[in-house]
Ligand binder design. Sequence first.
Ligand code: SF4
Length: 477
Amino acid sequence: MPSFQRAAKGALADTQQRRNLAHATATIRAKRAAVVGEVADWEALRVAGADAKDEALHHLPDYLEQLEANLTARGATVHWARDAAEANQVVIDVARAQGADEVVKVKSMATQEIELNEALEEAGIAAWETDLAELIVQLGQDRPSHILVPAIHRNRAEIREIFRREMGRAGRAAPEDLTDEPARLAEAARLHLREKFLRAKVAVSGANFAVADTGTLVVVESEGNGRMCLTLPQTLVSIVGVEKVLPTFADLGTMMQLLPRSSTGERMNPYTSTWTGVTPGDGPQEVHVVLLDNGRSRVLADEVGREALRCIRCSACLNVCPVYERAGGHAYGSVYPGPIGAVLNPLLRGVSSDVDKSLPYASSLCGACFEACPVRIDIPSLLVHLRTQVVDEASGRSAEAAGMRAASWVFGDHRRLEAAQRAASLGGRLLGGRTIRSVPGLGAWTQARDVPTPPTETFRQWWARSHRNDGHTGEDA
Ligand code: SF4
C-alpha cells in the first residue's frame, strides 16, 4: 500500500472525483449544521456521549461479560474473535452448517475491516451487499471511499453505467432503458435485491451499538435493507467490534440524538432495528454474535490513543476535513478514511508500514474534525501523539533526528551557541540578502519553502551596538 501522500497525489489529478466529493460533503455539512443548530444543549449531549463511551471503555471486560451473559440468556450464541481470521471462520462455519452458499449483508465497517467478503468467496460462499452504496461499490469492483456514503466518489451517470454493465452478472439485470434519475436507479437496485432477500438463509450484519445491560444489538440505517436482512433469513450473524458496547439502554437515547444528526444530517434516521437474542416465531431463530478484537485491545492499552475507540462511525469528521475533501477516501488505504482513519488505522495496526507511517501527517491540524465529532474525540491531539510514535520509531535514522541532535549539542553550551550565531551572521553577510531556495539533504522541505536568510548580526550584537551609549551591554540582554 503506498503512503498517503503518494496516493493522494494521484487522487488530486482526478477532477471528476474532486467535484463529486466537494458537492456531496458540502450538502451533508449544510444539513448537519442545520439540525445540530436546533439542539440547545448540543455541547452537553456531546459530553454525555463521550462519558458513556469512556465508562464502557474503562470497564470494558466487565461490560462485555455482561453483554455476553444477557445475549446468551436470550438465546444467542456468543463467539469471541481475536482477529479477522477467527471472525471470518465463524461466519463460514455458520453458513456451511445451514447449507448456505450465499449470505445477504447489512452495511458494516467491521466486516469490511476483516475482509469477510473475500474470505467467504474463497470458501465458495457469495456475499451480497444490500446497502445501495455498498451495492454500487461491489458491482463496480471498487473500494468504499467514505464511512457513510461508500460510493461518494461516483456520480449518477457512473452508477447507471455500473448497473447496466454488472447487475445481470450478479442476478436480476438492470432495465434496458435505465436512466440516471435517482428514483430509477433505486428501483433497479430494489428489484435486484428483493429476490436475494427472499432467498437467503443467512444474513450478516455489524452493529452500531451493543447494550450491555439488556443484551440488545442496534443497527441504524436509512434504506430498510438492513431491516430486511435482520428479519427475513432464519440465521443471523453479527460481527461487533468490542468498542461498540454501551453500558445501559439509557445511553442509547443519548447516542440516537447524536448519531443521525452527525451522520446524515437528520433528526432521526428512517430505520432503527434493535434485537435481543432470539424471539420465538419472530425474525431469525438462530442468532450468533461475534465479539471482535482485531487490534482494539492494542488501542485500549494506549492511554492517549484509546479515545479513538469512542468513535461511532458517523463520518462528520470526514465531511468537514479539507484534506479528505480533496484527496478522497481511497488515499487512506483502509476502510476507515478521513481524520478518524488517519488515527484509527495506525492505532489498530501500528506505524510500521509506509501507509500507516504517513497517515498521522494526512492533516493540517485545523481542528475542524474535533469540533464536528459528536463524542468529542480530540483527533488533532491523537495525530500529534501518533506523529511522535512515527518519529520515535525512526529516531536515529532520519535527517530530522540528526538535525535535532545537532541543535541539542549547540544549544547545550552558550559558547557553542555564540559561535554558531557568529557563523550564521557571517553567512548572512556573505549572502548579502539573497534568498536560500534549496539546501542539500533538505530537498523535500525546501521544495515548497525558502530557508530564512540568517541576519547579518545577532540580537546581542545589535543590542550592544545600539545601546553603546546608555550603559547597557549585550550581557544584559
Ligand atoms: S471520529 Fe467522531 S466525527 Fe469522526 S466518525 Fe468517529 S464519531 Fe464521527
